[in-house]
Design a binder for this molecule. Structure first.
Ligand SMILES: Cc1ncc(COP(=O)(O)O)c(C=O)c1O
Length: 320
C-alpha cells in the first residue's frame, strides 16, 4: 500500500510541509546507509469519544527515543536534541497533523557533506514524520512464515542493538525471499544456526506453558514490544525464559508469535508449512494479545504509564 502523506514533517526543530522534506542525492546516508531511526505507534484511546477533543496515546515514547539516542551513540552520531526534546517533537508533529492512530518515524542521518566513508564531518539531520499505517504482517488467521535462508547480522559486524538503516538491507533480503515464496515473513537464524528474529519483529515461542524468547546476544533488536510482553507475561504469572533456542523448537512448540511496533502481537499459524500447535492462537498468546491491545487501546488501565497523551482534532481510521 502506498504511503499516506500528512501535512507536516518535523525537521531540526521546525515543522515543514511534507513535500519540502527532501535531501540531496549526494548525502552520506544515500551512499552508505548512515541512519538510525525509530518506529513508534500512537493509538486512539477508546475512552476519548464524545468530549469533542479526542485523545490518543503514544506507546512508550521515551523508551523509543532513548533507543534512538543509543543507536546514535553506537555510531558516534551526535544528536543535537535530548530524548525529552525529541519526545516533545513527536507529540507536536502528531498534534499538528491530527492523524491518529498513526505510526511515527523519527530518523537521524548523516547529510550532505563529505563523500568519504568516514561520516564524522557530514552534518546530522533529524526528521520526524507520522502517517497512518495498519497491519504489518499479513494473515488474519495467523501468519504463515518460513525460516529464512539468510542469517541475521553476525556479532561484531553490524551491531543489532542499533536500529540502523543499513541493518535493514539484511531485513529486506529476509522479507523479499519470504514474500516471493508465498510466506508473510521470514525468521532468521543467527550465524551459529540458533533462532534470532523476524526481519522486523522479535520472536516468542510457548512450550509446556513456558514462554521463550531469544536473548539479545543472538543478534536481535532490543524490542520495546518484546520488553512490554515480557513484563505483561510475568504479571500474568507466566514463566519467561530468555535463552538461545534451536531452530527445530519452531516445529514442536505449542504457540509462536512475533512482537514489534509494526507487527504488534502477531500469532504465527505455521512455520515452513508445519502448523504451530493446531494453527489457532493459543491461550498464552491470546492472554498477552488481549492484555497488550487492552492497554494500548485504553480499554485497560495504563498501569505502567506506557502511553503519552496526545490531543488530536480528528480520529481517522486506518485501513487494515
Ligand atoms: C529487526 C527488528 N527486530 C525487532 C523489532 C521490534 O522492536 P520494537 O518492538 O521496539 O518495535 C523491530 C522493529 O522495530 C525490528 O526492526
Amino acid at each position: 500500500m502506498p504511503l499516506q502523506t500528512t501535512a507536516n514533517i518535523w525537521h531540526n526543530g521546525q515543522l515543514i510541509p511534507w513535500e519540502k522534506a527532501q535531501i540531496h542525492v549526494m548525502s552520506h546516508v544515500i551512499h552508505y546507509g548512515s541512519s538510525v531511526f525509530e518506529g513508534i505507534r500512537c493509538y486512539a484511546q477508546s475512552s476519548a469519544g464524545g468530549s469533542g477533543n479526542p485523545t490518543a496515546g503514544v506507546f512508550r515514547l521515551q523508551e523509543h527515543m532513548a533507543r534512538l539516542a543509543d543507536s546514535a551513540k553506537i555510531y558516534r552520531m551526535p544528536l543535537p536534541y535530548t530524548v525529552d526534546q525529541l519526545s516533545t517533537a513527536v507529540v507536536d508533529v502528531i498534534e499538528a497533523n491530527g492523524v491518529t492512530p498513526c505510526y511515527i518515524r523519527p530518523i537521524a542521518f548523516r547529510g550532505y557533506g563529505e563523500i568519504g566513508v568516514n561520516p564524522l564531518t557530514s552534518p546530522v539531520e533529524i526528521y520526524i514524520a507520522n502517517f497512518p499505517w495498519g497491519k504489518y504482517v499479513p494473515g488474519n488467521e495467523g501468519a504463515d512464515v518460513c525460516v529464512s535462508s539468510w542469517s541475521r547480522l553476525a556479532p561484531n559486524t553490524m551491531p543489532s542493538l542499533a536500529k540502523a538503516g543499513a541493518n535493514y538491507m539484511n531485513s529486506q533480503l529476509i522479507r523479499m525471499e519470504a514474500e516471493i515464496n508465498g510466506y508473510s515473513e521470514g525468521i532468521a537464524l543467527d550465524v551459529n544456526g540458533y533462532l534470532s528474529e523476524g526481519s522486523g519483529e522479535n520472536l516468542f515461542l510457548v512450550r509446556g506453558g513456558v514462554l521463550y524468547t531469544t536473548p539479545l546476544a543472538n543478534s536481535v533488536l532490543n524490542g520495546i514490544t518484546r520488553n512490554s510482553v515480557i513484563t505483561l507475561a510475568k504479571q500474568l504469572g507466566i514463566e519467561v525464559v530468555e535463552q538461545t533456542l534451536p531452530r527445530e523448537l519452531l516445529y514442536i512448540c505449542d504457540e509462536a508469535f512475533f512482537t514489534g511496533t509494526a507487527a504488534e502481537v502477531t500469532h504465527l499459524r505455521s512455520v515452513d508449512r508445519i502448523l504451530v500447535g493446531d494453527g489457532t492462537m493459543g491461550p498464552i498468546t491470546t492472554a498477552l494479545h488481549e492484555e497488550f491491545f487492552g492497554i494500548v487501546n485504553g480499554l485497560k488501565p495504563d498501569r505502567h504509564n506506557w502511553l503519552t497523551p496526545v490531543k488530536v482534532k480528528t480520529l481517522e481510521p486506518v485501513e487494515a
